[in-house]
Design a protein around this ligand. Structure first.
Ligand SMILES: [Zn+2]
Length: 445
């Protein structure tokens, strides 16, 4: 694994003291290689700038102060995940296993460290060895780079860590995809061949499934018009896409779906997705802790956002899916306990923590109202309860608030704006002039 860890900082001679013998040799070899790169006038040499590490005897050095992170810009290490890697391996290599536990404690409120994908990047900022005899380094900050638009930083604050999530909206650029089903082909194959991501074809299939059966009722010659948006940060695509509108022509019928404020409707403004239920438990239960993004831990004073709503339910209480969706995670976390995450659409997802039992498996499609789990007291929990989270565009919101779509259908006062959006999208689909496709600075979809 070491060969994949890039070291950016200076002070190499001190830092490698705490590594095992074999690793020291590898580090020494890597160091020589890096030095070689430094003297070569290539662009890659800029990756290996020497850092000005804060001195421990410097009165300005405050190990927990934000200013330290501002003066240290480049990370000391970069780790690119390969197949089979675990975060635990890396932390134990650095002799930082106890630190990992503190990071996981902060992760309980954001849960981004459970899904480690090949190619993901992790950046580490370490302080100098604070005590030579213990051969220890101190982790100042770890950043998880989930994409160019999404990073989560775990920053040391005293004895613990706080997390800071960065989600950039960037710019959504529209693109038109127009075609027809080819002979001996299907809508799926024909649309993918024109560049529509397979996940978006699946979204269209689900949105229109109550209107048309794509595997049986469609035929060669059926036409389709799609407006797709792709997310960009600067000129770099993030890989995130979403459907803005689709029209499918089958015989003399037109089936359509248009997104408006993140939800899909037909041409008349009728919802194409099912609404959510407010509560994931049945019967009357006390809410023991409400959503509070600014909560602090009473003793450590660390910011510990309460990104969910706690229901005081006894262990074994059935939990029901608040909407249709797909199970993204069934994970056991040191602090969150056994938990489930459901993806409902591009926009919505929900999480259920401290469970005693999951009744679903990863990847499974589920229906609103389906029993998915039994509540419990697993992980770091002070008593049996359900912690329920609802996320909109990857951000936790108050599941008891007004942003949860418990009724789907364009409301009367938005109907005019919706009709205007539909006619804009249709104009784009029908336009002869491809240059009329405009980029949206903010996503209206
Ligand atoms: Zn909670």
């Amino acid at each position: 694994m070491l060969s994949r860890i890039k070291k950016h900082a200076g002070e190499i001679s001190k830092l490698y003291l705490w590594l095992p013998e074999l690793h020291r040799k590898i580090v020494l070899g890597l160091t020589l290689f890096c030095l070689l790169l430094l003297v070569l006038p290539t662009a890659s040499s800029s990756n290996f700038q020497v850092l000005n590490m804060p001195k421990l005897d410097d009165p300005q050095y405050q190990p927990i102060a934000e200013t330290v992170h501002e003066t240290i810009n480049l990370p000391d290490y970069e780790w690119i995940v390969a197949n089979g890697d675990t975060l635990g391996e890396l932390f134990s290599l650095f002799n930082l296993s106890s630190t990992m536990s503190k990071i996981l404690e902060a992760d309980k409120n954001v849960l981004t460290l459970d899904v480690i994908n090949k190619g993901d990047k992790y950046l580490f900022w370490l302080s100098e060895i604070d005590d030579f005899s213990s051969e220890q380094v101190v982790l100042i900050k770890m950043e998880q780079v989930l994409g160019i638009e999404h990073q989560v930083a775990f920053v040391r604050k005293g004895e613990g860590f706080e997390y800071k999530e960065t989600l950039l909206e960037g710019e959504w650029r529209q693109q038109r995809i127009i075609g027809e089903i080819k002979k001996n082909s299907s809508f799926y194959k024909s649309a993918v061949a024109l560049g529509l991501p397979a996940t978006d074809v699946a979204v269209i299939g689900r949105l229109l499934k109550s209107k048309i059966n794509f595997s049986r009722s469609t035929a060669a010659g059926d036409k389709f018009q799609i407006v797709l948006s792709s997310q960009f940060i600067g000129d770099q695509p993030t890989g995130n896409t979403k459907i803005e509108g689709v029209r499918f022509f089958n015989r003399s019928n037109v089936y359509s779906a248009f997104s408006y404020k993140g939800n899909f409707f037909d041409s008349k403004g009728e919802g194409l997705e099912r609404a959510f239920t407010r509560y994931p438990v049945k019967g009357k239960f006390r809410i023991s802790s409400s959503f509070n993004p600014r909560r602090r831990h009473p003793i450590t004073k660390l910011i510990r956002p309460h990104n969910g709503t706690d229901f005081a339910v006894p262990t074994g209480t059935p939990i029901y899916a608040p909407g249709d969706g797909r199970v993204k995670r069934v994970v056991r976390h040191k602090y969150a306990g056994l938990y489930i995450e459901i993806e409902h659409s591009y926009k919505y997802r929900s999480r259920f923590l401290h469970l005693s039992k999951s009744l679903v498996r990863k990847g499974q499609r589920i229906k609103r109202g389906q029993k998915i789990a039994l509540s419990g007291n697993s992980g770091a929990s002070t008593g049996a309860h359900l912690h329920y989270e609802f996320h909109v565009n990857k951000k936790a919101i108050n599941a008891m608030g007004s942003k949860v779509p418990i009724a789907i259908g364009v409301d009367r006062k938005s109907m005019l704006a919706y009709k205007r959006r539909v006619s804009d999208l249709i104009e784009l689909m029908e336009s002869k002039d491809i240059s009329s496709i405009k980029n949206t600075a903010s996503h209206s979809g």
